[in-house]
Design a protein around this ligand. Structure first.
Ligand SMILES: [Zn+2]
Length: 290
């Protein structure tokens, strides 16, 4: 038996070494692939913007909850459109996206889904992904957590449930502004917070009126693998955004980019599991379905 002992030990030892080596490799690989989440578009003075450092810090503090870009380096880009549904802007935008065969993510306001449920259903029917963008677009830091949750997020989740039959997994904070304890509150509800890495500033009135080339320019200058691009289909006339999107899709495809929705970019289901009658602590781990 003594003869066999070293024989058996040897493979075990080398298996252990292999395993340790593997762990080392994985650690090295994750170091190599872990990227610092970063907003690429520079800070815009004079518009009471959330400091980029704050958004980047929250992305680093709450990995797997708060996202400003995808986790990897794939040549994909996620277009996002906020503040709809809007009867003037959303239909022409849907037409352009359909023409190019591209799916995007729409962060809609509860107040507008309530008012234009058919339009929200049309966005969903076209294959796009819908997220919650609050009920009334408040500055969240001015609200108590209870008011933030009940009057803005949960209220909108309930409107989605009523009008569209599901509750979104994804939440975009208006202005990109959200406190740490509000991020933690959403985390405990199984909701992901989605900001952006590229802000087209299509919300600036000069661009909303005649800045299609500027909107296009921002995206082509700052696009990067797994970018999340902020645009709008509500909050004012968005003809320029729609025109820019029409040209951008072809341009980015030429550069080798494909288009993804946010759920696919970060690897979550777009719809939350229906709220079972569970205590809050358990609901936190509610697994999204579909
Ligand atoms: Zn907004």
């Amino acid at each position: 038996m003594g003869k066999e002992f070293p024989k058996e030990r040897q493979p075990m030892k080398s298996a252990l070494i292999r395993r340790l080596g593997c762990i080392g490799l994985i650690a090295f690989a994750s170091l190599a692939y872990a990227k610092e989440p970063k907003i690429r578009t520079p800070f815009l003075e004079g518009w009471e913007q959330v400091p980029l450092e704050q958004m980047e810090r929250q992305a680093k503090t709450y990995p797997d909850v708060y996202w400003i870009e995808g986790p990897g380096e794939s040549k994909v880009v996620a277009f996002t459109f906020d503040d709809g549904p809007n009867p003037l802007n959303t239909p022409p935008l849907l037409k352009v996206l359909k023409k190019h065969g591209v799916h995007a993510t729409f962060f809609q306001l509860g107040m507008w889904v309530e008012k234009y449920p058919d339009l929200a259903r049309k966005v969903l029917a076209d294959g796009h992904v819908l997220g919650n963008h609050s009920y009334s677009h408040p500055y969240a830091s001015k609200l108590t957590n209870t008011a933030f949750w009940e009057n803005e997020v949960a209220k909108t989740q309930a409107i989605f449930q009523r009008e569209l039959g599901f509750m979104p997994t994804l939440y975009r904070p208006p202005y990109g502004e959200i406190t740490d304890s509000q991020v933690e509150l959403l985390r405990d509800k199984g909701i992901k917070v989605i900001s952006w890495s590229v802000d087209t500033r299509d919300w600036l009135s000069a661009r909303a009126m005649n800045g299609d080339a500027q909107i296009e320019g921002v995206v082509t200058n700052y696009v990067h693998p797994e970018a999340i691009v902020l645009m709008h289909d509500g909050g004012g006339p968005r003809d320029r955004t729609v025109e820019a999107v029409d040209r951008l899709i072809g341009k980015l495809k030429e550069q080798g980019y494909t288009f993804v929705t946010i759920d696919k970019l970060i690897g979550v289901a777009p719809k939350l599991a229906p709220p079972a009658e569970k205590p809050v602590a358990e609901a936190a781990s509610a697994v999204a379905v579909e």
